[in-house]
Design a protein around this ligand. Structure first.
Ligand code: PLP
Length: 424
């Protein structure tokens, strides 16, 4: 369910015609819907209402301050994976007591920042990291609350680049090493084990891998408890998938039901780190058609090749190029007639990998037309870059009949602001 719908042949974001936003802000532009963000968060949150839980929104999915503030106001905590994300979460007013810090490569400086802020816990991913954390904590005279991220070796059946819970992935520690890490930490005065963590990957469309991981986590939790290591939190990470095209991911209520059944009265607080399922379908990328190019077929070919060249490229939305991801694309003003054009929708970047869609049936579109790229609210703007010296697109947040530019379009000056020409 999202609030990007057609009325009288035109795409609206909540109660604002997308065209109106574009008239003011230009293209390409990311547009987010507050109502959709709120709805997604509430549905997820309410699915766990009857057990002790904390929803730590995964900041890396969409880290705009306005988005973080909106979710924080609904009670969201945050899962951060860098000092920058911690800075954002705090700046947006999220309480440190609801922030967990994940990631395989935390630096000492990032650890210091998080300790000073007083975060809920560090999700630690290696023995080296745990040793470093103990040292930093001692230096600061602050006890570091931590979980070990266990790699449960469960196949999430998702794209290899977004699978993280397999032994061959760089994430987490195998179970036996996790056990010895907890034992070692027991003797460290500046470390306090508070939880157990895992994260399987992203865009999971089945419940089974989550349940399998939770089973393993639960067994380990109970073993540790018997050894006298009593933990308060079970963090199952994020990863619940969304509908981009034909997927049929379980709704949050079903996912929650399966997890609660498996948890069965375990005396702990469940932490969840959803990202995509909150933000993914709460955003679109709007782009303008620049040119339509028809390459005639070679002698032996039946059909030629069509390209719809748009003003958004892989620097704006890298998912199609990076993960072969599918994003629905449709004209902002519905074009009457069949989907007659089979085309690659490509950007202006000098790379053949620069496409938003390949061999996509489209209605007849012409230069000047606006196209909406759906499901772009997560891993969209946050993964954008300045490649080809393209200023990054602005972000707009719609709230009912109003809209706000929550990040301005970058300027050429922004591109070079940090650069200097030395006198040589
Ligand atoms: C990316 C990530 C998430 C969020 O994943 P989604 O698929 O967006 O829900 C949660 N936890 C960790 C540790 C992550 O790296």
């Amino acid at each position: 369910m999202h609030h990007f719908q057609y009325h009288h042949g035109e795409l609206w974001a909540e109660k604002v015609p997308v065209r109106r936003i574009v008239e003011e802000v230009g293209t390409p532009v990311y547009i987010y819907s507050s109502a959709t963000l709120r709805r997604h968060f509430r549905v997820f949150e309410e699915a766990f209402a009857d057990i002790p839980h904390l929803v730590c929104y995964s900041v890396k999915a969409n880290s705009n301050l306005a988005v973080l503030k909106l979710l924080g106001d609904l009670g969201a905590g945050a899962d951060v994976v860098s000092g920058g994300e911690l800075f954002r979460a705090l700046k947006a007013g999220l309480p440190a007591s609801k922030i967990v810090f994940s990631g395989v490569g935390k630096t000492e400086i990032e650890m210091e920042e998080a300790l000073q802020a007083g975060i809920l816990m560090f999700n630690v991913e290696s023995l080296g990291e745990l040793e470093t954390l103990a040292r930093v904590a001692e230096r600061l005279g602050r006890v570091a609350p931590f979980s070990i991220r266990v790699n449960p070796n469960v196949d999430p059946k998702t794209h290899p680049y977004i699978s993280t819970g397999l032994r061959k992935n760089k994430f987490g520690l195998p179970e036996e090493m996790a056990r010895s890490a907890y034992q070692w930490a027991r003797k460290q005065p500046y470390l306090k084990a508070v939880g157990l963590d895992c994260h399987l990957g992203s865009q999971l469309t089945e419940i089974a891998p989550f349940v399998e991981a939770l089973k393993r986590l639960k067994a380990l939790y109970q073993d540790l408890c018997e050894e006298g290591i009593e933990l308060q939190y079970l963090d199952l990470g994020g990863g619940l998938g969304i509908v981009y095209g034909e997927e049929e991911p379980p709704p949050p209520a079903e996912y929650a039901k399966a997890l609660k059944k498996e948890l069965q009265g375990l005396p702990c607080t469940l932490i969840l780190e959803p990202g995509r399922v909150i933000a993914g379908n709460a955003g679109i990328l709007v782009t303008r058609v620049l040119y339509v190019k028809h390459n005639p077929p070679l002698a032996e070919e039946k059909a030629g090749k069509n390209f719809v060249i748009v003003d958004a490229g892989m620097n704006d939305l890298i998912r199609p190029a990076f993960y072969q991801a599918y994003h629905r694309i449709a004209p902002v003003k519905e074009v009457p007639g069949e989907e007659v054009l089979l085309a690659d929708v490509v950007g202006p970047i000098c790379e053949s990998g620069d496409f938003l869609a390949r061999e996509r049936p489209l209605p007849p579109v012409s230069p000047g037309d606006l196209l909406a790229v759906f499901s772009a609210g997560a891993y969209g703007f946050v993964m954008s870059s300045n490649y080809n010296s393209r200023p990054r697109a602005p972000e707009v947040l719609v709230d009912g009949g109003r809209f706000f530019v929550v990040r301005k379009r970058e300027t050429y000056e922004d591109l070079v602001r940090l650069e200097e020409i030395p006198e040589i």
